[in-house]
Design a binder for this molecule. Sequence first.
Ligand code: BV8
Ligand code: ZN
Length: 266
Amino acid sequence: MLSNEMEFKNLIKLAKNIIVITGAGVSAESGIPTFRGAPKLRWRNYKPESLANMPAFVKSSSLVWEFYHYRREICLKASPNNAHLALSSFELRCLKENKQCTLITQNVDGLHKRAGSKNIIEIHGSLFETKCMKCHSIEDNFTSPICDGLANRGSPEEDSKLSDIPVEQLPHCDKCHGLLRPNVVWFGESLPEQALEDSIKLLNKCDLCLVVGTSAVVEPVASFPHQVIARGVPVVEFNIEKTPITNNSRYFFQGPSGSILPSLLS
Ligand code: BV8
Ligand code: ZN
């Protein structure tokens, strides 16, 4: 076994409070397109960032709901891959060894939960929760399609018909009949207060931070590993390519997370 792997395994043995930060790369091998890596999420001729924001939703809730409906359906059909499964068994192992292990994920695809991870902070929300624009109630929602108006809609082809679903045929709240939105954090929106507060507490307490499959460019999560490094605590990165945190990481294990995580975390 390479010395880096041996030393990494030793770090795990000594650690008591471990944080794992994941991004879209963890779900790439489940067939979920990433935001910036390859295969990149391309939907019609839009960049995700141009749809994942409130002004776009106000301008055309039909178009934005078609985009989210498309992604919900892809994620519902996808299954957790070996990276998700390795992380959920790692959490169990930490529990047995009396270690704290918390998963802070930027992913909204729900695959960590489906893989059995329990101690999760879904810091960018979830495709499978809705939030009411009127009464703000947040509900789980795995219904496919989420409403009749979106049935067979959301195709990613550029020439698909103009998004003209009447707003009354978009998802509405059972309680107050307000228009629903996906309960994800859009660009320009602040992160859920509790999730951010809990994450910062954990960042200040952890003695080891693993970073898996993130381009580490989206703030404020992109700064999380730097905050850990600033405390002199080791950050270990798993990615198929280098990122802005690679140079300051204690170890960088290069490769698809689905193939390198299982052996490194076992
Ligand atoms: C905020 C939910 C302010 C939605 C997401 C300029 C203009 C406008 C905004 C900004 C700006 N500069 C900074 C900002 C702020 C902005 C930001 O950081 N923008 C970036 C793009 C520059 N941030 C925000 O807007 C945040 N809010 O700042 O609010 C504020 C502050 C105070 C008070 C009020 C307001 C909100 C950010 C959250 C946005 N929501 N998602 C949705 O999904 O639809 S972010 C989106 O990007 C996803 O959540 C995704 O997870 C996240 C991060 O991307 P990654 O997960 O890293 O994925 P990516 O594709 O980038 O990378 C994949 C990686 O995996 C690559 O490294 C690749 O190499 C690797 N990989 C690929 N395959 C594999 C692999 N690794 C291992 N194995 C493999 N097989
Ligand atoms: Zn409501």
